[in-house]
Design a binder for this molecule. Structure first.
Ligand code: 9MG
Length: 269
């Protein structure tokens, strides 16, 4: 389970282990490349590493259980044996959750908030922390005209319901971390409203995780900048999320985010 007793916000470094994540002309195998990247994230000050084998980008198609296990498990096992760091696996598949839990993962990060059948049972039989994320629809179609009457309130209602379902399944509330799912079935306006009013999620009395790093809304808010030019905007968004009560920020650019959060801590303490 995650230790969130530190007053400092935690930085979760993103470790994508999808085939397109590392391109080096084929000099190293995928596991070595992932380990090298993880080591960099740790040196830059990451508190948590989030390992993901399946793309969740808008429009992306899913992969099979076996494919995801092949991508994630060797990396998870190697990281567990080499580094003393909190490890999370980003998955929605109960079979992957089960294997990751057996390999001593600390947290399951589920963009489907344990809605796959068996996901609740698999997590209930363990003591890992669980990040429940809100998403409207599924990655393939989620950006097709998402609609809410009140995006913040509807996300709060969704979490109230998911927390009740988790508790009924035997998952104690102290294991839950909540994430409003920036960019997951949300328009630019929804994302803006959500970031501005993120502190309202504190009514749920659970730690909040926010992931805005390099996402398309950052590019749009900067006047349509490509992914390669979204660093500064991503850092600003992470800082805003923390100032609105987020305890964990999920980011690609760990060093820059850690520095920005240190400044906030010194000044706002
Ligand atoms: C896997 N993944 C991609 N974006 C994410 C986000 O914003 N939050 C969480 N929890 N997972 C994410």
């Amino acid at each position: 389970m995650l230790d969130l007793s530190s007053k400092r916000p935690q930085v979760m470094g993103i470790l994508n282990v999808t085939p397109d994540s590392f391109s080096d002309g084929g000099h190293f195998n995928q596991v070595d490349k992932a380990l090298y990247h993880a080591e960099q994230l740790i040196q830059e000050g990451a508190d948590i590493i989030d390992i993901g084998g399946e793309s969740t980008r808008p429009g992306s198609e899913g992969i099979s259980v076996q494919e995801e296990l092949d991508r994630v498990m060797l990396v998870l096992q190697a990281l567990r044996s080499r580094f003393d760091i909190t490890l999370s696996v980003d998955t929605s598949k109960p079979a992957v959750m089960k294997e990751a839990i057996a390999a001593k993962v600390d947290m399951i990060n589920d963009i489907y908030a344990l809605q796959a059948s068996d996901a609740l049972a698999v997590c209930a039989a363990s003591d890992v922390s669980i990040c429940l994320m809100h998403m409207l629809g599924e990655p393939r179609t989620m950006q097709h005209q998402p609609h809410y009457h009140d995006v913040v309130q509807e996300i709060i209602d969704f979490f109230k319901q998911r927390i009740a379902v988790c508790e009924k399944a035997g998952i104690t509330v102290d294991r839950l971390i909540l994430d409003p799912g920036f960019g997951f079935g949300k328009s630019l306006e929804h994302n803006q409203k959500l970031l501005k009013h993120l502190n309202q999620l504190q009514v749920l009395d659970r730690p909040i995780l926010a992931g805005l790093s390099r996402k398309s809304m950052i590019g749009a808010w900067l006047g349509n900048k490509p992914v390669s030019e979204r660093l500064h905007g991503s850092v600003a968004a992470a800082l805003l999320a923390v100032m609105q009560g987020a305890c964990i920020v999920r980011v690609h650019d760990v060093a820059a985010t850690v520095d920005a959060l240190k400044i906030a801590q010194v000044v706002l303490e």
